[in-house]
Ligand binder design. Structure first.
Ligand SMILES: C[S@@+](CC[C@H](N)C(=O)[O-])C[C@H]1O[C@@H](n2cnc3c(N)ncnc32)[C@H](O)[C@@H]1O
Length: 216
């Protein structure tokens, strides 16, 4: 498909203009996302987020995967040795249906993370890969996510660098200095070398991984 590896595609994903469009795109993309996009692009962001999360210190408590999609970030946590409970939340039931087949989650919830979340846990950790990006989720999700964590929780969230400035992330973090300690940041390549062939327009995309600690 033009503009991205697999049905759906990055060009369509970055141009989403509302949740109905998002739901349609991921309903079409869910079945081919892993093989047609993640594999073809050597999608590395879930592994980067998992590595940063585990390097910050694995939490003694459950972890929430925000915008869990087909489960690649939880699968990366498992592959890197994390054995604790992981729950996932996503807007798209079709993406969650694929995630459920992987056997890496304790529970999966369909919800909009830009709205107050009514989840049954206070999470000790949060991971998120690929969800804070163009046409998806902005900093308005920070408070709903923080609200379902425990004091001291570690949150490791990727933000696509295409939206870092325009999306107001730096200001949003500064405005929450009473809730979160000063963030650490690591900039990473989202894709591997194969992306140059699969989708040259996005092959060099980078993300900023935020490592946040909720204040006690
Ligand atoms: C690019 S995919 C990333 C999925 C997975 N984390 C990964 O790295 O492969 C973005 C995901 O964000 C989800 N999403 C978009 N807007 C959302 C919202 N408001 N609330 C919850 N999930 C959302 C989409 O349904 C999709 O599964």
């Amino acid at each position: 498909m033009a503009g991205g590896a697999g049905q759906g595609g990055l060009a369509g994903a970055y141009a989403l203009d509302g949740q109905d469009a998002c739901l349609r795109l991921y309903a079409d993309w869910a079945q081919s996302y892993d093989a047609g996009f993640a594999a073809a692009m050597e999608y590395r962001l879930p592994a980067h987020v998992a590595a940063a999360f585990l390097a910050a210190g694995p939490p003694a408590g459950p972890v929430l995967d925000v915008g869990a999609g087909t489960g690649l970030c939880a699968a990366a946590l498992r592959a890197q040795g994390f054995a604790g409970p992981i729950d996932g939340v996503d807007l798209s039931q079709e993406m969650l249906d694929v995630a459920a087949t992987k056997g890496v989650y304790r529970a999966l919830y369909r919800a909009d993370v830009t709205r107050p979340l009514n989840l049954p846990e206070g999470y000790a950790g949060v991971v998120s890969a690929g969800t804070f990006t163009s046409g998806h989720v902005g900093p308005e999700a920070l408070d709903p996510i923080l609200d379902c964590t425990r004091p001291g929780a570690c949150l490791v969230l990727s933000v696509n660098l295409r939206v870092w400035e325009g999306g107001g992330f730096a200001d949003a973090l500064a405005a929450r200095a009473d809730r979160i300690e000063a963030p650490q940041m690591i900039d990473v390549a989202i894709y591997g070398p194969a992306a140059a062939q699969a989708d040259p327009a996005h092959a060099a995309d980078r993300a900023r991984i935020l490592i946040l600690r909720r204040r006690g």
